[in-house]
Design a protein around this ligand. Structure first.
Ligand code: HEM
Length: 212
């Protein structure tokens, strides 16, 4: 979204509140530790799409307010750890940040996975929204996707889209679609991941709010 930050790109806003949990807009309800036991993954395999059930734990921890000159973000640092039922090893491992900019209503997800891939997805929502959607597109320098050379050549990731819905009863769900152009296939592959999370741990205040 375009927003006028003024001519002074260095001076930080005067009204920074140290309590991140009170300023997270639609991300506020995501803070804490979550468990998902009924995830469904559709992934690309040599002989076609594979559908796999999965379990996961997601930790979303409030970070201290982040300024970029006049710009102010409140956010969460996260770790998503996914396993197959009955296994302990990582089926999918992901870290990153969720950011909320109160001045614009913009939301960012910074996502990083150990395939050698990272992206910045962007969306927009009202502070009390219970559903928001973010998109990253390959080639964009503002909300783009970058992959190491093998992945870029063999499983080119052209788009990532995530819809988050906040549910009753301290639960939330995500539905994400990672669109891959797989070498040798004519049609794009929709690598879908869907899961509903239930709270297993409380929101923890950010370091500045708890005094260290
Ligand atoms: C719960 C979330 C996810 C799960 C469980 C998951 C799981 C998988 C699985 C099982 C494969 C097949 C290849 C393999 O067994 O290693 C795969 C491939 C892939 N995934 Fe995911 N994935 C998830 C989310 C994501 C996200 C968010 C991205 C990137 C935005 C991503 C990017 C890829 C790519 C590029 C491939 C193709 C490379 C390959 O097949 O080796 N995945 N994923």
């Amino acid at each position: 979204m375009s927003h006028d930050y003024g001519d002074d790109i260095y001076t930080e806003p005067a009204d920074v509140d140290n309590d991140t949990l009170a300023n997270l807009g639609p991300l506020a309800r995501l803070a804490g530790r979550w468990r998902g036991t009924r995830g469904v993954d559709v992934n690309p395999k040599a002989d076609g799409p594979e559908t796999q059930a999965y379990l996961e734990t997601i930790d979303l921890v409030p970070i201290d307010p982040q300024t970029n000159g006049p710009q102010l973000f409140y956010g969460l640092r996260y770790h998503q750890f996914v396993t197959k039922p009955g296994e302990v090893g990582a089926y999918h491992d992901q870290v990153g940040f969720w950011l909320w900019e109160p001045a614009t209503g913009d939301i960012y997800q910074m996502l990083s996975i150990p395939r050698g891939q990272a992206l910045l997805a962007r969306g927009h929502a009202a502070p009390d929204a219970t559903r928001f959607e973010l998109v990253a597109t390959r080639g964009s320098t503002e909300n783009g996707i970058v992959s190491q050379p093998f992945l870029e050549a063999a499983f080119t990731t052209v788009e990532f889209r995530i819809v988050v819905t906040l549910l009753d009863g301290d639960r939330w769900m995500y539905d994400e679609d990672t669109v891959l152009q797989v070498r040798g296939q004519a049609e794009p592959f929709h690598h879908r991941d869907r899961s509903t999370l239930s709270r297993i741990g409380p929101a923890v205040p950010n370091p500045l709010a708890r005094g260290g």
